[in-house]
Design a protein around this ligand. Structure first.
Ligand code: G1P
Length: 903
């Protein structure tokens, strides 16, 4: 049936990433996301396992972790009972199909998928039937659609009785282990003409039970809107005494089921829908729709039923859904490698997935309770700045409202703008990298848009009981909306510049014994969480050294662009500017100064502001950055063999330097994070970048598993550093190829002009991702590759935003500079097609641009330079080696434009 499809390889169906792959069910841990923007988030496996939820409290299907994917048999199912007594599961989950796995009698199967839709096709030659099940969630609904088509592929007529069976969990994920049985007693189940409803009486939470308003539903229709004949609404009626979800008695014994209008209390629920028997002539097909969802407004159930009861309505909705998501992903690349271009479609789609799912709701991500972390929030904006720039300004301004006056921030961000969740238990954990990301994202925004005005926006500060940078809890704190107040009782608001100063200045002074920044609860690497007393993140010290300079330059450009000579900041902040170079050398004086400031902003602040001359600020920040850069460079460099060398990344809780060179390679310790930020933060000189790249190739690079690993094997469970050392080497933060850091390494290299080295890092990641036989994952970039090269934690990773950003701004070199469009490519020779062309299509300043690069002489990066460029056919003057198109010109252009760049 699917003989023409190469097994173990994706076959792409269009240029928007849609693909198909045969026998996906023979690969473990595979799942695919389908979701809406309304809140319903689902995962679907090749056998239609996976789960579906709106939030932690509202799980429609039973929550699953990856290990459940092969063990649980209570996923979505669609059974066929045939007139001769044969039983077949259209999703491949019957005891019989399980027993035929790995034999010649195994069903043939195929998964096809694109953005937010998934089709599982399955054929049984033995029974002469084929099923195609498409799953998707209409963009504006909390309902997943399963559109099922059954076809008789035998030479004889068949009579089939179809039974859809969707077990409904209908409660909080917490109840999986916490009172699972007791919470089933809350269930109130009813049958209506279209299906089964489950409305628990309350949501069970021993901290405070609440009345429940949600109704979970499973509805079904035949292709003309005909309703099911009868129902199996409970687990006991569906599987029967002694039965199971892979051998349900009701199906095998052809039991009758109950009619609409019945009620069942206090038991586990199933949306078991039995349809009328149907005759299928040879080659004939019949379709059914199953809708599963949740709502707090029962009227909506009727509306959903009416809207999607017929096959034609479902087909139209599927097309809408596909179009909606395809339009969102509006950055398309064309290189000499078609597979890579398709990979990029998924990479560009991933930031949307993380916006929808957060970091919690796919099977590998079996932690957290929803919401997004601070650094993820900012980094996801990087990609959205290219794809959905309209909403980003509002989002950025609102996000700054999460900063506390002591430079730390709210760590969990709920749905909606500016919804910062105060730590409910007063447990303070400070991630010392958090202040780094806002400036990065804001800089990209300002360069893309030229909108320096945003820096003047007045934004409140976040306040809760956590004070003194997470070191103290203010027991007397009374919440008045989690805002920082001034003495006059008003909410205090400061400009975004002020917020950036608060974040970066506080960071600068929080140092450990080696006068580099304290690690605190952790930095980017969440798993470095056991060195909060004495640990230091030199890695992020490099990063902040770079930020201080960037902030200085930004303030300068801001003042020039808007003609401003002074900037007003909270008077308290003067304390952090009242310092000098000698003080920077003193760990104790720095601590004292920070402590003094934290005391000033502990309760209500004065509300007074001081006007500081721009020149003073600019010089001060530059002085700090220079001092820090020199200090770090002279103190932290580790020389290796030959030309190799690298920067130390951390000090552990025993105050010991973490990295070292040893002539015995096995004892050398090197980490990637420090190298990334030493390069990105301009602490490393160009010579040092070369040495780092050589050392990284020697100690960290493993092409087959994605390239640059996060660290060498320390062969030690370092209890004075972090949980990562408890992980097996090669897993997650302990030495896996952790895509996010590997991409940032590439970004940093490109940015410093090391395109070949950067390309090597990016290519290793994309090659490994797309090698299905090793990565065992659907297209896209995973959070990491394990020691064998399996892609883990797919879809939800900051790596995607950074990969897209790097491709656009560094590889294709298309970037904003104070709102102007600059083109300065660093494409490798191998990235052009046979005609010497490569192109990128994207939106900039509200206009669409297709930018085509022609490298007719087949030259390598570094050898070519731009010879001429045209905009919509008209030649444009070059600005040295770059193309620069001024904002004023862009504003006069039509919606769709073409730029040709020739080398
Ligand atoms: C994940 C987290 C991210 C963290 C990283 C390393 O990475 O979401 O915040 O910095 O682990 O611990 P990601 O999801 O970006 O791949």
């Amino acid at each position: 049936m699917y003989k023409n499809i190469t097994s173990g390889k994706y076959e792409f169906l269009d240029d928007k990433g849609s693909f198909r792959i045969s026998k996906a069910e023979d690969t473990s841990y595979l799942y695919f996301p389908v979701a809406s923007e309304k809140g319903l988030k689902c995962s679907v496996t090749p056998n239609l396992g996976g789960d579906a939820m709106v939030n932690q409290e509202t799980f429609l299907l039973e929550p699953v972790s990856v290990e459940n994917l092969h063990n649980n048999k209570n996923g979505r199912n669609f059974w066929l009972y045939m007139d001769n007594g044969d039983v077949w599961s259209a999703v491949g989950t019957s005891a019989e199909q399980e027993s035929k796995k790995f034999t010649m009698e195994q069903d043939e199967s195929l998964v096809s998928a694109g953005f937010m839709w998934h089709t599982a096709t399955r054929t049984s030659n033995q029974y002469g039937v084929m099923a195609e099940i498409t799953s998707f969630v209409p963009v504006d609904l909390n309902a997943e659609v399963m559109s099922v088509t059954i076809k008789n592929i035998s030479a004889e007529a068949k009579v089939v009785a179809p039974i859809a069976a969707i077990p409904v969990f209908g409660r909080s994920a917490d109840n999986l282990r916490d009172h699972r049985n007791v919470t089933s007693m809350l269930h109130r189940i009813s049958t209506i003409e279209e299906g089964v409803l489950v409305k628990p009486t309350m949501s069970f939470d021993e901290k405070g039970h609440r009345l429940n308003n949600n109704t979970y539903f499973v509805l079904g229709f035949d292709e003309n809107g005909g309703k099911p004949e009868s129902f199996f609404p409970t687990v006991e009626s569906f599987i029967g005494e002694g039965g199971s979800f892979s051998k349900p008695r009701s199906v095998y014994r052809q039991e009758k089921g109950v009619s609409a209008g019945e009620k069942f209390d206090g038991v586990e629920a199933v949306g078991g829908l039995k349809f009328a028997k149907t005759n299928l002539a040879p080659g004939e097909s019949v379709s059914y729709t199953v809708l599963i969802g949740v709502t707090d407004d029962e009227a909506e159930i009727k509306a959903v039923a009416e809207r999607l009861s017929t096959k034609s309505a479902v087909d139209a909705e599927l097309e809408n859904t596909k179009k909606y998501w395809t339009n969102k992903v509006n950055v398309d690349v064309h290189t000499g490698n078609k597979e890579f271009d398709e990979f990029m479609e998924w990479v560009a789609f991933q930031p949307f997935l993380r916006r929808v799912y957060g970091c919690s709701f796919l099977p590998y991500h079996d932690y957290g309770r929803g919401g997004r972390g601070w650094r993820d929030l900012w980094q996801d904006c990087l990609a959205l700045l290219f794809m959905e720039p309209d909403d980003v300004r509002k989002m950025l301004v609102a996000n700054f409202g999460g900063v506390r006056m002591d430079g730390t921030n709210a760590t969990i961000i709920g749905d909606g703008l500016g919804n910062f969740i105060a730590d409910r238990n007063g447990i303070a954990r400070v991630w010392m990298d958090h202040a780094y990301w806002p400036l990065k994202t804001l800089l990209l925004y300002i360069h893309q848009s030229g909108d320096y005005e945003i820096l003047k926006e007045k934004v409140p500060y976040f306040k809760d009981s956590i004070v003194h940078r997470g070191n103290l809890v203010d027991k007397s704190f009374e919440t008045k909306g989690n805002y920082q107040y001034a003495e006059d009782g008003e909410v205090y608001k400061g400009s975004i510049i002020e917020h950036l100063l608060v974040q970066n200045l506080c960071a600068f002074y929080e140092v450990g014994e080696h006068n580099t920044l304290r690690l605190r609860g952790a930095d980017w690497n969440d798993a470095l969480d056991m060195a909060s007393k004495n640990g230091e993140s030199v890695a992020f010290s490099y990063a902040y050294a770079g930020s201080l300079k960037e902030l200085s330059m930004l303030i300068k450009q801001f003042s020039v662009s808007l003609g401003i000579d002074t900037i007003s900041i909270a008077s308290e902040l003067n304390t952090l500017l009242d310092s000098y170079v000698q003080l920077y050398d003193s760990v104790s004086q720095k601590k004292e100064l920070l402590e003094k400031y934290c005391k000033l902003v502990e309760g209500n602040i004065s509300g007074k502001q001081t006007a500081i001359p721009v020149s003073t600020l600019v010089t001060k920040l530059m002085e700090m950055s220079d001092w820090f850069t020199n200090h770090l460079n002279s103190q932290e460099w580790i020389s290796g063999e030959k030309n190799q060398g690298w920067f130390n990344s951390y000090y552990d809780d025993s105050c010991r330097r973490v990295e070292c060179f040893d002539a015995d390679d096995a004892k050398t310790r090197m980490m990637l994070t420090g190298q990334v930020f030493a390069i990105m933060g301009n602490v490393a000189t160009d010579e040092q970048v070369k040495s780092i790249a050589e050392a990284a190739d020697r100690y960290l690079y493993k092409e087959a598993i994605g390239g640059y690993r996060l660290n060498t094997n320390f062969n030690e469970v370092k209890m004075d550093f972090g949980r990562m050392f408890g992980f097996a080497y090669g897993e997650k933060e302990n030495g896996a190829v952790f895509s996010h850091m590997a991409v940032m390494y590439a970004n940093a290299l490109y940015h410093r002009g090391f395109a070949k080295e950067g390309h090597k890092a990016l290519k290793a990641l994309s090659d490994a991702s797309m090698n299905f036989n090793v990565s065992h994952m659907y297209p896209g970039i995973p959070e990491y590759f394990d020691a064998k090269g399996r892609g883990k934690y797919p879809y939800l990773t900051g790596a995607a935003s950074w990969y897209l950003l790097t491709m656009i701004t560094e590889v294709f070199g298309v970037k904003g500079e104070a709102g102007n469009l600059v083109i300065e490519p660093a494409l490798m020779k191998e990235q052009f097609d046979e005609e010497g062309k490569a192109s990128i299509a994207l939106n900039f300043a509200g206009k669409r641009f297709t930018i085509v690069f022609t490298n007719s002489s087949n030259s390598e990066v570094g050898e070519y330079s731009i010879k001429n460029a045209t905009l919509n056919g008209k030649e444009i003057a070059l600005d040295g080696a770059r193309v620069v198109i001024a904002r004023e010109i862009i504003e006069t252009l039509d919606d769709s434009n073409e730029i040709n760049v020739e080398f």
